[in-house]
Write a protein that binds this ligand. Sequence first.
Ligand code: MSP
Length: 520
Amino acid sequence: MSSRYYITTPIYYVTDAPHIGHLYTTVAADIMSHYQKMMGKEVWFLTGTDEHGQKIQKKAKETGETPQQLADRVVQRYLEAWKVYGIEYNDFIRTTEERHKKVVQAYIKKLMNSGDIYLSSYEGLYCIPCEAYCTETQATDGKCPDCQRPVENLREESYFFKMSKYVEPLIKHIEQNPSFIIPESRKNEVLGFLKGEVRDISISRTTIDWGIPMPADPKATKSHCVYVWFDALTNYISALGPMDNDEKFRKFWPEAIHVVGKDILRFHAVYWPTFLMALGLPLPKQIVAHGWLTDSNRKISKSLGNAIDPIALSKEVGIDGMRFFLFREFVFGLDGEYTKEIMYQRINADLANDFGNCINRVTNMIPKYMGNDAIEVTKLLSESSELKTLASEVVPQAHKEMEHFGYQKSLESIWKLISGVNKYVENNAPWTLAKSTDPKDKQKLEEVLLHCHESLRIASLFLVPFIPTSAKRAIAYLGTESDLKVAAPLATQLLWGKGPTSVKVTKSAPLFPRLEIPKA
Ligand code: MSP
């Protein structure tokens, strides 16, 4: 297994400020990046914005700005949202940057020279919002098969990419690498598409001028811009500095994992790999397709008018509340219906009640029954207990789920441990043991408290990638901050008894305030 990890989000269109759907993808990548870092990997996490193409040009006309002004204004909203949510990306790429444009042009030139890009003409139905052509049969009632908006008839001189040439090798690659596209259902969808009729695709546009120019060509009668999806997909490599022989490219490109919404899976799982094959470059390691957040079963999106502002939400339920809710409530690969009620209930039940209360209880009892000084924690941890057994079951499960982006199940496993602590406290009633004068009970009391402490140390440390601020606060109350500084990989630190030997526990303030569910 490689010690390196490269994770990307899609680059977002700068037509509008980010909404909860964009947040979903970005936090997903942030959690995984954080987790992999804690697992000891050298991680590179890339996000950015998609700033060219007809969509942007059209929007800029509406707002009375130049496309560049629009991009410069809207990109700030993304940067702000990611800052609020504590997204720890390593690089943010904008497709209007020079470092990106030069790679796109070099790659296009290479493919023109090799004959994989050729000049011809195209007539077809085109969906402007999706920036994609479709066939007559796909466009039932003149509507785009993906977004259901009307398609337009477009005829233009165009460059084409020989996609058909790479269909067979790509099918083979997908079949030989079962985890290339996850989840499985999406992989089958892509294979189904590839086994149908796949034509060469138009790779340039003459109808717009807001894009990267195609290289000069005496055969062309018009000026062409590079198709926005070729431009956009290339960001995953251009950001690594491949032309400058950047070490980043060599180190990270072969480890690439693209996290994308199911709406743009085909671009990532068909277009992108065939471009790469033609360029003679290695394919990414994996494409992870997630579902949509929906509102009354419709995708949440700006154009459908049901977008939800992530910054406003963070003020309502907290950053960590949001981060947790999105990945505990919904199965990553499936659609999830978003409602405020579900969000408030989930945050109250799991964070305020289960986790928050548990931390509060245990950090209250330890100083009360064992004194305020630092205590030696590891001494009684070798004793067996139901918590020790539970931790040895749920932690490996939680790791296993993370291997395939199973955030929901991973959190569910950790919650088994947290609920286990709450039950264990009830069953062993430390307050009764504390009243006893029997030395055996005193030993039992310490054992119970230390086993609770150890379970919460493990749970809180595992939760750092998901709810960084609150998990770190919990860790500070437990007195196990040194875990955060240790170089050992998370997998080792999460083993029972592998925490610091001596800790000073402080009674916690509530970690999560109980939210008042707003009346509908
Ligand atoms: N610019 C392209 C991507 C190019 S990547 C080389 C694009 N941009 S986008 O701004 O429209 O949206 C990008 C991503 O946002 C989607 O693929 C998806 O990951 C996420 N989402 C947007 N709406 C969403 C939901 N309602 N639910 C979940 N994710 C959604 O497509």
